[in-house]
Ligand binder design. Sequence first.
Ligand SMILES: *[C@@H]1O[C@H](CO)[C@@H](O)[C@H](O)[C@H]1NC(C)=O
Ligand SMILES: *[C@@H]1O[C@H](CO)[C@@H](O)[C@H](O)[C@H]1NC(C)=O
Length: 429
Amino acid sequence: MLERHKPGLDIIYIIPTSCLVGLFFLAVATAGVRAWLPWERDLEAFNRSTAGLDKRVNLPSKIRGVNLGGWLVSEPWMMTPEWRNMGCITDTEPAACSEFDCVSRLGQSKADTAFDNHYRDWIIPNDVQKIHDAGLNTIRIPWGTGSIGKAADLGMFVIIDLHGAPGAQKLGDAFTGQCLTQQYLPGFFSQYNYDRASRFLTWMTQRIYNTPSYKKAVGVIEVVNEPERGNARSQQEKDTLTQVYYPQALRAVRAVEDSMNVNQADRLHVQFMDGLWDSGNPKSNLPSDSRVMFDDHNYVGDAIPQKDNAKQADYMWYTCKDDDRLTDGDTPKVVGEFSLTVKASIENNSDFDPHQSQNYPFYQQWWGAQQRLYEKTNGWIFWTWKTQLNNPRWDYQLAISSPYNFIPNSASGLDTPAGFDFCKKYFGN
Ligand SMILES: *[C@@H]1O[C@H](CO)[C@@H](O)[C@H](O)[C@H]1NC(C)=O
Ligand SMILES: *[C@@H]1O[C@H](CO)[C@@H](O)[C@H](O)[C@H]1NC(C)=O
């Protein structure tokens, strides 16, 4: 996930951030290409007839999912009580900035115990069952264990993303696993770390093909989540991320598939941040490959021009009239991270406080508008399933619960925003 939780930064990102949606249509539309997408394997979670008419969406379908944020890469901002449990905050010491800082503080053996307990408890197979039962068909995670098996059993689709890259792909953000400072630049953006990341991709690709539950469920592997972007990029990043690492990462996955003689039709989609993310044109040095896809992260909060004077209608207008996730031409694509958060400085104003019932209709309508917009790509994955923020704008489980009900809690409920024009209802045209 993101940076958005940090005052002064305008982006947010997370772990397993990314996703897949756009692929489906593309794959279907491209003659002769049969990639591994949910409908091509008739995954149960995409099959409405399997679980009863109310449960699933019709094929061909959209990816509808959540991130399993805070699990395999801890992000302290969204899980303070858990961070305290783990010993990463104490009465005498402030919160450790990242996993790396906490491990340094605790020492390896105490840290191993703390993190093993966290991995065991933060997301359990029953969470995946609940995600499925809320009408969702996809989860986005880094590399995980038991819960991928559960997702495979339920016929759900899984995207694995390299969330925290070796050396860190962004300054000062826990989602990378460490809080990188200037003195350690270029961080990830060196050949040494590209080689380490490629070895991870090789290992993970082998693991996917050698583990039956992974092989059934995992269709996409994302090579790096949210690298530094815009003017904040170092020269090394500008020179090498898209030119060196992206093609190297794609080759690493395809080399494993070549060596295992994996059929073209069964190969993984390899995913890159899209052009809108602004860390270079992802396609600029990629070879032709029919199973490449893109990840779009869209935290609207600061995007609107009205800034601190923004009203509810300004957010609706932005999503309904101004926003377009397809302008970079990078398809297939999934909106792999987004939330219902508004600009931090106004988030608790009476217009936006999510705990005040007069604001529930706004969040319900804004959800509907965002879902509909993102389903112009191949689908969406919300950030995130579980938090300890008591904020239904970040927390899917809260957002589908009473009294909020910002998001429908079933597959058929999620068909409503797909088929209903909330923008027309709101603006009357
Ligand atoms: C999907 O539903 C159809 C119709 O009931 C059924 O024939 C098919 O086996 C189902 N596929 C899966 C994977 O459950
Ligand atoms: C809004 O309220 C939440 C919960 O009390 C708090 O954590 C957050 O800092 C508040 N935001 C602002 C901008 O004051």
